[in-house]
Design a protein around this ligand. Structure first.
Ligand SMILES: NC(=O)c1ccc[n+]([C@@H]2O[C@H](COP(=O)([O-])OP(=O)(O)OC[C@H]3O[C@@H](n4cnc5c(N)ncnc54)[C@H](O)[C@@H]3O)[C@@H](O)[C@H]2O)c1
Length: 367
């Protein structure tokens, strides 16, 4: 028998939602109250598997289940902002939001402000921060074992063919998805800040090389940290025919730290303590989403229960999304841009009402 402290509902029962359902049902202190998808058969599948309630209209779900504490927003990325604001303003519930969180820095600010005004919280899902290898390198940076960072290199070489982008209308659009940097690479953009610190300026070139989509499937960037360290980034979903790697390496004063594998899951080199590599490497068995969702839910329940600060703060989320937008702005400007002074990208997350209407939920009669 689980000891329940937090009741969660899910909006969006697509590809990643199973990780949420499994993590919630396996985590002590949290219960999956209800799931919702516009396509009721998707929600129904979870109703049976996870012994929960299925809905196709989230307003009905919220009205029927007032005891819900938090709602996980797992809808197309460009809808996270609208769905979050709707849940906060109408129902005053905490929000668990999938990556990339929100598309623009201004949306991050507005969503967190609305949450604060309503007395609820936003829990951002950046599950790769929980990979053992990432935690080990962060520890080595924090306690001085690695010394000063000199350069950081991010490399993601994954395969997303046309049929992946054809799965749903939102995929491969600037309004709802963003390209390889926003969809797949956001984890690594977040990690380069999480490990390397704040970035001061970036220069980036984006291309669409392997699929017929409007967004980039390949991005190459150079950047400089506030600390004076430098970095490079190569993220592509145009690799064929398989996913090859997602890695981040840091050249530091006292040696090299290289996290590699299919999804930043293996500590491949750690010069100050080579013996720590094996025990800090995880086998994801080819699953690029990793195992971090269950750790996120443990963390959410813990911080919710004890009313502690969630480790991914507003400032953290804002800085990651501002850095993300900086890469797009540098590509748009075809020059270096200063991260601290950038505004929203003119492309990413711009409202497209025709697309958004596919994912909007209207109030049912009587509510
Ligand atoms: N953390 C990770 O590693 C990770 C991995 C994959 C996806 N994601 C993120 O999760 C989100 C969803 O991605 P996905 O691959 O599961 O997409 P998907 O298209 O497979 O699923 C999205 C689902 O949301 C449903 N939906 C849309 N609007 C809705 C509404 N108003 N009410 C109820 N349901 C609605 C759709 O019907 C669809 O089933 C994206 O933001 C994506 O970036 C995160």
């Amino acid at each position: 028998m689980k000891n329940i402290n937090m009741k969660v509902a899910i909006i969006g029962c697509g590809r990643i939602s199973g990780h949420h359902c499994r993590s919630i049902t396996q985590t002590e202190g949290v219960e999956l109250i209800a799931v919702c998808d516009l396509l009721i058969e998707k929600a129904k599948a979870y109703e049976e598997e996870f012994d929960t309630k299925a809905y196709d209209n989230y307003h009905t779900m919220m009205e029927d289940n007032p005891e819900i504490d938090a709602v996980a927003i797992i809808t197309p990325s460009g809808m996270h902002y609208e769905h979050t604001l709707d849940i906060i303003s109408r129902y005053k519930k905490n929000i668990i939001v999938e990556k990339p969180t929100f598309m623009k820095p201004s949306q991050v600010t507005e969503a967190y402000k609305k949450a604060e005004d309503a007395g609820v919280r936003i829990f951002a899902v950046f599950q790769n921060r929980h990979n053992l290898a990432v935690k080990r390198v962060l520890q080595g940076l924090n306690d001085g074992e690695l010394g000063q960072i000199r350069s950081v290199s991010v490399r993601v070489r994954w395969c997303r063919p046309q049929r992946y982008y054809d799965l749903a209308p939102w995929r491969g659009t600037f309004a709802m998805d963003g390209g390889c940097l926003t969809n797949q690479g956001i984890h690594h953009v977040d990690l380069l800040r999480h490990l390397g610190g704040e970035v001061s300026r970036v220069c980036s070139i984006h291309k669409t090389l392997g699929a017929n989509i409007e967004v980039e499937d390949t991005a190459v960037a150079a950047f400089e940290f506030k600390s004076g360290a430098v970095g490079s980034l190569e993220i592509t979903t145009a690799a064929r025919p398989i996913d090859y790697e997602a890695s981040i390496s840091l050249v530091c004063e006292n040696g090299l730290a290289k996290i590699g594998g299919i999804a930043v899951n293996e500590l491949q080199v750690y010069t100050p303590d080579p013996d720590s590599c094996e025990i800090n490497s995880e086998d994801f068995s080819g699953n690029v989403y990793g195992l971090g969702h269950s750790k996120i839910y443990e963390e959410i329940v813990e911080t919710f229960k004890q009313n502690k600060a969630f480790p991914v703060s507003y400032e953290d989320t804002f800085s990651t999304i501002r850095l993300l937008n900086s890469f797009y702005q540098a590509d748009e400007a075809k020059s270096w841009v200063n991260v601290g002074s950038i505004k929203d990208s003119v492309r990413l997350g711009q409202l497209d009402n025709d697309l958004a209407n596919l994912y909007r939920t209207t109030l049912p009669q009587g509510i």
